[in-house]
Design a protein around this ligand. Structure first.
Ligand SMILES: NC(=O)c1ccc[n+]([C@@H]2O[C@H](COP(=O)([O-])OP(=O)(O)OC[C@H]3O[C@@H](n4cnc5c(N)ncnc54)[C@H](OP(=O)(O)O)[C@@H]3O)[C@@H](O)[C@H]2O)c1
Length: 319
């Protein structure tokens, strides 16, 4: 039987690495696309010799997109930005996926999976609005696309617990924007990768047909931002005071912080925190893709052990 081919845009990212592994483990040939092919070389060891191929494409390079997609059975679009100008967000969340989706439709690709973000239909942030516009643009170009909307993604070295644990090593206190009341439903990175794989694989006949469906991906429990930080301190054993910061003050601070080259906080991120990030009742979710979600308690003890006093993260800081 001929090996199936998947083209993964954004393969070098945090989620991308897990998605590459999920397809490679199932025997697919993986085309790992990055804006720089060299950046994707490290992914070659995720499969057998020649199974994972590093490729280069960008929105400004339509022929790169066409070559990466040609002959693929499935295409996965993962790129996303956390901070950008409105134009920057539109490029990576709307224009690029729309273009990849329309090339995929023209090339006769069977399945298309877009990773969007939970709350994109409810939040007033530019991040969310452009994610929602991207979903619509992809569905217009490829109506049978499957769309996945994860809440915050957690796992070893993630961008949430990993980032705040690192911050807590150097900061005397951590801010609780808006009092830390915003609710989240963190989802394990391995479950999101499995969901991407399932959306590209489940049979299109029967009740579980993923084509044209939007899935909201959350873990087994809902927690406030404050509860998540408290839970994190329990596992890093490095508690810091949590200082409530009203939204108005956080917005003012973010206005200046976002001028830094890699801003720790932007006005748009403060806006995001005004809306809860939890799965809507009645939406399709992980169980519809055959996945039982992993809990924070099963993953965080090991993922955050490196931040213990004297652990690898502490030694890194000392050197
Ligand atoms: N992590 C989370 O908690 C979370 C939560 C909800 C939704 N999501 C969504 O899930 C997707 C994957 O997240 P992630 O955490 O894996 O992201 P990530 O680590 O930041 O990686 C995303 C990849 O996108 C590519 N990329 C970034 N900016 C780009 C741009 N302007 N143009 C083209 N490509 C660009 C980069 O690849 P190259 O540099 O190799 O080109 C990067 O490796 C994103 O769409 C994100 O919005 C993530």
């Amino acid at each position: 039987m001929q090996q199936k081919i998947v083209t993964i845009f954004g393969a070098t990212g945090y989620l991308g690495r897990h998605v590459v592994r999920a397809f490679a483990d199932a025997g697919w040939v993986v085309r790992a696309v990055s804006r720089s092919a060299k950046k994707a070389y490290f992914l070659k060891v995720y499969g057998d010799v020649g199974q994972v191929v590093a490729m280069q494409a960008a929105i400004s390079d339509p022929s790169g997109i066409e070559v990466a997609i040609k002959g693929a059975d499935a295409v996965v679009y993962l790129p996303g930005a956390l901070h950008a100008s409105r134009k920057g967000f539109e490029r990576v969340h709307v224009d690029y996926p729309a273009s990849v989706a329309s090339y995929s439709a023209r090339a006769g690709v069977g399945r298309f999976v877009l990773v969007s973000a939970l709350g994109c239909d409810r939040s007033q942030s530019v991040y969310a609005q452009t994610k929602r516009a991207g979903e619509k643009a992809v569905l217009a170009a490829f109506p049978k696309a499957s769309i996945l909307r994860p809440s915050i993604i957690f796992g070893a070295e993630d961008g949430f617990f990993g980032r705040f644990a690192q911050m807590a090593r150097v900061a005397p206190a951590l801010p609780l924007i808006g009092g830390g009341k915003t609710k989240f439903q963190p989802v394990y990175v391995g479950d999101v990768a499995k969901a991407v794989f399932a959306a590209a694989n489940l049979p299109v006949s029967g009740v579980h047909n993923p084509e044209g469906r939007i899935y909201e991906l959350g873990g087994p429990a809902i927690h406030s931002f404050k509860e998540l930080l408290e839970m994190m301190f329990g596992y890093t054993r490095q508690p810091r005071p949590l200082v409530p910061v009203p939204f108005a003050i956080a917005t003012l601070k973010a206005f200046f912080l976002q001028l830094l080259p890699v801003p720790p906080l932007t006005v748009d991120q403060v806006r995001s925190l005004k809306t809860d990030n939890i799965v809507a009742s009645g939406s399709y979710g992980l169980p519809d893709l055959g996945i039982a979600p992993v809990s924070l308690e099963a993953v965080l003890p090991q993922a955050l052990a490196r931040y213990h006093e004297g652990g690898p993260a502490a030694q890194q800081k000392a050197t």
